[in-house]
Ligand binder design. Structure first.
Ligand code: PLP
Length: 388
């Protein structure tokens, strides 16, 4: 018998991948499946970005790079942050990692241990809760509320902070709800955190470029009063349709950047060199493909929200960002997981039960609208027929 460490038993997973596997299995049996389960853009990486990676390989960029990433890339990230968030960050504080998830993992590994509390959004990206549990820390849920368009009550979050609290994780725009936290809530939270100077903040802004209805993206970098304990997570996966390239970055405060770099050295040495050159081309090249993709998501968002609200027993808030709709399905009389299975097996529509994103997701389903309007309409018709 192999003896694994106890913490392995506490590591969770992302059930969206299980839905994907089941949807693929059904498709292989010849079933016509509309996949609204998957959390990645249905667009291809822009051509000039692909070409930059090919060129990097041809130019001989085959070796290790500095652990936190090539300097030119970190400078481009800093310039992009200056452009979009109007904040100056030192390229020396940026650590490029293989995907957004890695910054999350490093931050939680740095602060999580038995006796510590980490606050995280629920329903939220499932890896937060999983890695917090793995680290031995206690995962304390920040409930996201439908009546607040899946934002939070800042005072309720502050009430969860105790002397054990080490880290607060925020995510806006959010997976799985599409919620975007309004500036007033963030201001109130930051103000309250000034009374807790030992609490760090991880702000997952991986959907920062995907906001709708003229909404501004509110970045935690905008609050210099917590800059010395803020970790910003962003990356290329969603913005540039690059989920398979594994490219993300963290902006770390002075006190933590050395630790993050040391974790990178211990874990992956550096990110794939050619992928880094692709990332550089993405940031410094034309942005029309980003705008085009976000415009397409916006159109689909309207179609799916209207359609969901017409279904019996379903009501859906209008998401302010990302590419997910998170309807309340309690009116169908079914639990989220039951409805998820029924929709996949009977209607051939892949969605993800809200409970895959935490206990506060019961009563909801996540629909990704990273799919064509035609497919979204087809899915809605099938669901309407099933629920009728
Ligand atoms: N953060 C959130 C909120 C996400 O939804 C995702 C991916 O779905 C990630 C981080 C991870 O992104 P990456 O694929 O770059 O690791």
């Amino acid at each position: 018998m192999l003896r694994l460490s106890e913490k392995m038993s506490r590591l969770g997973t992302e059930t969206a991948f299980e839905v994907l596997a089941r949807a693929d299995a059904l498709a292989r049996q010849g079933r016509d499946i509309v996949n609204l389960g998957i959390g990645q853009p249905d667009f291809k990486t822009p051509g000039h970005v692909v070409e930059a990676a090919v060129k990097a390989l041809r130019d001989g960029h085959h070796g290790y790079t500095p652990a936190p990433g090539i300097l030119e890339l970190r400078e481009a990230v800093a310039a992009d942050i200056a452009l979009r968030r109007s904040v100056e960050v030192d390229p020396a504080h940026i650590v490029v990692v293989p995907g957004g998830k890695v910054t999350m993992f490093f931050a939680i590994a740095m602060f999580g241990e038995p006796g510590a509390d980490i606050l995280y959004p629920n329903p939220g990206f499932p890896i937060y809760e999983s890695v917090i549990n793995w680290s031995g820390a206690r995962a304390v849920a920040i409930p996201l509320l439908e009546e607040r368009d899946f934002s939070f009550d800042a005072q309720a979050v502050l009430d969860l902070v105790t002397p054990r609290t080490r880290l607060v994780i925020l995510n806006s725009p959010a997976n799985p709800t599409g919620g975007a936290v309004p500036r007033a809530a963030i201001e109130r939270l930051v103000e309250g955190l000034l009374e807790h100077p030992r609490v760090a903040v991880l702000s997952d802004e991986i959907y920062s470029r995907m906001t709708y209805d003229g909404r501004e993206h509110v970045s935690l970098l905008d609050f210099p009063e917590i800059a010395d304990r803020l970790i910003l997570l962003d990356g290329w996966s969603k913005t540039y349709a690059m989920t398979g390239w594994r490219m993300g970055y963290g902006v770390w405060p002075q006190a933590l950047v050395e630790g993050a770099t040391r974790l990178a050295v211990n874990c992956h040495s550096c990110v794939n060199a050619a992928a880094q050159y692709a990332g550089l081309a993405a940031l410094t090249g034309p942005q029309d493909s980003v705008h085009e993709m976000v415009r397409a998501f916006d159109r689909r968002r309207r179609v799916i929200v209207d359609g969901l609200n017409r279904l019996p027993g379903v009501r859906c808030r209008t998401p302010g960002g990302a590419f997910y709709a998170f309807p309340n399905v309690t009116g169908t009389g079914m639990e989220a997981r039951t409805l998820q299975s029924l929709l996949l097996e009977e209607a051939g529509v892949a969605t993800v039960a809200g409970t895959s994103f935490g206990a506060h997701g019961e009563g909801y389903l996540r629909f990704s609208y990273a799919n064509s309007v035609e497919n979204i309409e087809r899915a809605l018709e099938r669901i309407a027929a099933l629920l009728a």
